[in-house]
Design a protein around this ligand. Structure first.
Ligand code: IMP
Ligand code: MG
Length: 172
């Protein structure tokens, strides 16, 4: 496979994740956070982010599958791994790798809302401008990127390349 081009360097990622952690620490000061990672794409971001958070926190995961081809999502979403613990009354922060059309997050938020959290916010590492039309409110956002298929830092192409320490893209 060709070598990916760099879109966001690991240094810029580190700086941004530190800043997001500071915002989260300020906003959640005096509380306990339940961080919910969306598998599998969020794991790298989540692992870095939680080490910048100094408020007590729990971690849980949800895994969803989106039906569609390899580089576009088609809108059908289903939960294939649900939460392990109740979030009723918790201050929940959902951590996701990327929000593209926003359909996946819309579905996840609706589902989590039925579990009666005290508060529910979204932290997304990346946003593509397309999301604007679905109006997912991203409370903490890493970067807005152009409408390109990206890989690395958790994001995959056919399951591979999640382990790159930067965000890249394949020239097509
Ligand atoms: P949405 O439902 O269109 O917002 O799609 C979100 C999901 O599609 C994310 O959770 C990713 O798994 C995947 N996705 C969207 N864009 C990309 C990309 O550029 N690279 C890798 N995965 C992507
Ligand atoms: Mg994903």
């Amino acid at each position: 496979m060709e070598k990916p081009k760099v879109l966001i360097t690991k240094e810029r990622i580190h700086e941004r994740v530190e800043a997001l952690g500071q915002e989260i620490n300020r906003d959640y000061s005096g509380t306990t956070i339940t961080v919910i990672g969306i598998l599998k794409g969020s794991i790298v971001f989540l692992a870095d982010l939680i080490r910048q958070i100094h408020v007590p926190l729990f971690i849980d995961f949800v895994e969803v599958s989106t039906y569609g081809d390899d580089t576009k999502s088609s809108g059908g979403v289903k939960i294939i791994k649900d939460l392990s613990h109740s979030i009723e009354g918790h201050d929940v922060l959902v951590v996701e790798d990327i929000i593209d059309s926003g359909l996946t997050m819309e579905y996840i938020l609706k589902n989590l809302q039925t579990k009666k959290p005290r508060s529910l916010k979204v932290c997304a590492f990346l946003e593509k401008p397309v999301n604007v039309k679905n109006k997912i409110k991203i409370d903490y956002k890493g970067f807005t990127i152009e409408d390109k298929f990206v890989i690395g830092y958790g994001l995959d192409y056919k399951g591979f390349m999640r382990n790159l320490d930067y965000v890249g893209y394949l020239e097509t």
